[in-house]
Design a protein around this ligand. Structure first.
Ligand SMILES: Nc1ncnc2c1ncn2[C@@H]1O[C@H](COP(=O)(O)OP(=O)(O)OP(=O)(O)O)[C@@H](O)[C@H]1O
Ligand SMILES: [Mg+2]
Length: 437
């Protein structure tokens, strides 16, 4: 978890800072949702720009004089009971401390009065923590490990009420924007505490939750559909209705060009970078940097030379998928016109489920007729690049058996072999003639 408060990362102009590239409209929708209904959930694949958008909303809120609490989670938080709730309390303490007149950065601790008998001098700090009734203050102090944990742990009711009260007190100073970046990592205890606190919170507390969906679930349950009703991380914890779930889409080609310029990268190949990245800004920037760093400039007709970082990002996206899904995706990457039926017939009986999971992860999109399109060109190229010869050969051999088009079949057979074969060479020549006609 990150307990650092939001520190106003950008300078703010008189009209507020500009929106991230291509996100003016989405930022306006986000702000509208927060101001009218007080809740919003940003969702979308890794690297698409959710945190960037939440940062912009936070910067604008701060420019309007609102209090911003920023809670960034880490994957390990999920296994630590109370981790996110403790980080939230620490974030409140740090934010209040920063807002103190004179701005000295000593952070008030929830246990200040309980454990030392001292009262923080800042009125805000004393209001937020010291107004808590004793048992609630003790429970909050235990959560933050600033008071010894009783044998029975903290009193859960006192803790719930204490956190709700802290947030309520904070809103007395004006609107508060709480950003929870990475709700998928919030531990179950904190999810319960937050659900309670948010339920009791006054309208002046607005919450922007940010999630990167985890489409694969646990290893023994590889294809978890997102937002199961019994899931403590389900969207309804954060937003009352689907209307407040905002999907952050990939950027268009012209926006990718603008993004590259924004990051002082050459935009000459923006169209190809857009195709390679599928409009995902993190991938696009990595590909753009690869090209900028290449010793010799890449010609428009050549394959893109990609640095380890761009490939690693693609590997990270692919690596989150179970092995079975990756094997299915490799067959789709080897096919000229991949479809779920083709891949199933080529030896992947669970092709539909595998591809549906890959679609939830934002790796492919599936059309009504079952045809499969990778969302970013870098994904199939990395799958093929990283497969060993035996895997590629077996994939092409299996596809050669099931494709309908004879030219495609010959192509797959040619790619499945590495030894000279006169008959096959003649078939390839015939197929090339056929294709030319
Ligand atoms: N619209 C944008 N304008 C400028 N830069 C952007 C934009 N969107 C994303 N970026 C940049 O792209 C990178 C990835 O964005 P970001 O970290 O917001 O993605 P994310 O969706 O939060 O990813 P994750 O799910 O991994 O947390 C960052 O370097 C960010 O600054
Ligand atoms: Mg993020």
């Amino acid at each position: 978890m990150t307990t650092a408060p939001y520190l106003g990362l950008r300078p703010t102009g008189p009209g507020g800072p500009p929106a991230p590239v291509g996100r003016e409209e989405l930022l306006a929708r986000l702000e509208r949702a927060l101001q009218t209904r007080g809740r919003a959930l940003l969702t979308g694949p890794a690297g698409v720009g959710k945190t960037e958008l939440a940062l912009a909303a936070a910067t604008r809120a701060e420019a309007r004089g609102e209090t911003v609490l920023w809670l960034a989670t880490l994957p390990s938080d999920r296994e630590i009971p109370g981790a996110s709730a403790a980080a939230l309390v620490a974030s409140v303490a740090a934010t209040v401390s920063l807002a103190r007149p004179g701005g000295r950065r000593r952070e008030p601790r929830p246990s200040d009065k309980a454990s030392t008998g001292r009262t923080p001098t800042a009125p805000e700090a004393s209001a937020v923590f010291d107004e808590l009734p004793g048992p609630q203050r003790t429970a909050v102090a235990m959560l933050c490990r600033e008071a010894p944990l009783d044998a029975g742990g903290w009193d859960p009711i006192a803790l719930r009420l204490g956190i709700a009260q802290i947030l309520r007190t904070l809103t007395r100073r004006g609107p508060v924007l709480l950003v929870v970046d990475g709700v998928q990592h919030v531990d179950a205890d904190s999810a319960d505490l937050l659900r309670f606190a948010l339920h009791l919170a006054p309208p002046a507390l607005r919450v922007a939750a940010v999630e990167t969906p985890e489409p694969y679930g646990e290893t023994d349950e590889p294809y978890r559909a997102p937002h199961r009703p019994d899931d403590p991380h389900a969207a309804h914890l954060w937003v009352p209705s689907e209307a407040d779930v905002l999907l952050v889409p990939p950027l268009h080609a012209d926006e990718i060009a603008e993004l590259l310029i924004h990051h002082r990268l050459p935009s000459r190949m923006a169209g190809r970078i857009h195709r390679a990245s599928g409009g995902n800004p993190r991938l696009a920037l990595a590909v753009g940097r690869s090209l900028a760093d290449a010793r010799t400039p890449v010609h428009h007709a050549e394959a893109l030379t990609l640095s380890g970082r761009a490939r690693d990002l693609a590997r990270q996206l692919l690596g989150a998928a179970p092995l079975a899904v990756r094997e299915t995706l490799l067959l789709a990457a080897l096919a000229l016109r991949p479809s779920s039926t083709l891949v199933r017939r080529a030896g992947r009986p669970n092709a539909e489920a595998d591809l549906a999971a890959a679609e939830r992860a934002g790796l492919v999109s599936l059309a009504e007729d079952g045809s499969v399109t990778f969302t970013a060109g870098l994904l199939p190229s990395t799958l093929v690049h990283d497969a060993c010869w035996a895997e590629r050969s077996a994939g092409h051999a299996a596809l050669a058996e099931v494709v309908d088009d004879p030219v495609e079949a010959v192509r797959h057979r040619a790619l499945a072999t590495d030894s000279p074969d006169e008959n096959l060479a003649a078939e390839v020549a015939d197929a090339a003639d056929l294709a030319r006609r």
